[in-house]
Design a protein around this ligand. Sequence first.
Ligand code: TXA
Ligand code: MG
Length: 323
Amino acid sequence: MNDITRAAERLRAGGLVVFPTETVYGVGCDATNARAVARLFEAKGRPHFNPLITHVLGLPQAEEHAHLHPNALRLASAFWPGPLTLVARRRAESSIAELACAGLSTVALRAPAHPMARALIEAFAGPIAAPSANRSGHVSATTAQHAADDLGDRVDLVLDGGASPLGLESTIIGVDDAGQAALLRHGAIAKQDIEAVIGPLAGRAASGVAAPGMLESHYAPRAHLRLDAHDTRPGEAYLAFGREAPPGGLTLSARGDLVEAAANLYAHLRALDASGVEVIAVAPIPSSGLGEAIRDRLWRAAAPRLDLLGANAPFSAQADPIE
Ligand code: TXA
Ligand code: MG
C-alpha cells in the first residue's frame, strides 16, 4: 500500500493526516465527520472553533457545498487549482460537518494545486477539512518536519512532499449571493490579481459574507441558554455532559469526553432548539482542552446580542489572520 492510499484510509477512519499544499502544510480530516473535526481542533490546540478551509478537487465538488455566484466561478476558473480560498453561502445539503464551518452559514473551499494534496483528495474521494499544520498560535508549517515537530503524535500520519513552494497561506475571498466580493485574508494571490478578474473588491463590511473575526454571526439558538446548570427547572431541556441525558434532554458526552462533546455541540443545540423549549439548561463544561472552545461557543450562543467585538468584550475577536 502506498502512502497516499494509507493516508486516505486514515482519513476514512476519522484520523488526522498532515499533507503538503503549495501554500503551507495542512492537517486534514474527513470534513463530513464532526468527530474527526473535533479531534482536529483538539490537536491544533485551538482555543476557539475557528472555521476551517475544506479542500476539494475543483469546481464541481465545490458546488456541492456552496452557492457560488458567477463572480466566485470566475475566480475559481482563474485561480483553481491554486492558493485561492472562496467563502460563500453553504448549501443546506452540504455534507460538510457544521463544526468545520464553526456553525457559520458560509463555507470556505479551496482546490489546492500540490500534486500530493490532489492525490490525497482523489484517493479519499471526499472533502478534506484542513487548517495549517501548526499548533494554535505558532506559525504555519512549510515542511513536513515543521509540521511533525509541532503536532507530533497528535496526528496519525505525515505525508512529506518537500518544502511548500509558496510558503504563504491562500488568499481568502468571500463572495456573497449578490456577487459582492471581499478580501477576508491576504495571501499568496495579490489583491490586484483578484481585482483583475472581478473588478474592485468591496470592504469587508459591504460583503454579505462574515469575515473570520465577525463571529457574532455564529449559530445562536432561538431558545435561551442557561449555562453551568446542574439541573433543570420546569420547562427547560437539559444539555448534559458527563452523564446520560434526562428525558427530553440530550447529552454532549455521557462519558465526559470533550472531543465527543465538541462533535455533538451544534447538532444537539439545534435539536433541542427545534423541540420548541424556551430554555436550554447546559451542564458545566470543564475548561480544559476543547472545553474552552465549547464554553466559548456556548457563551456566544447564550448572549447572541452582546457586542462581542466591543471594547468590553471578554475576549478579542478571532480575526486571526495567520492562525
Ligand atoms: O493556505 C491555506 O489556506 C492553508 C492550507 C492548508 O490550505 N490553510 C489555512 O487554514 O491557512 P487555517 O485554518 O489556518 O486558516 C483558515 C482561515 C481562518 O482565518 C478562518 O477564520 C477562515 O479561514 N475561514 C474559514 N472558514 C471561513 C468562513 N466560513 N468565513 C470566514 N472565514 C473563514
Ligand atoms: Mg493557520
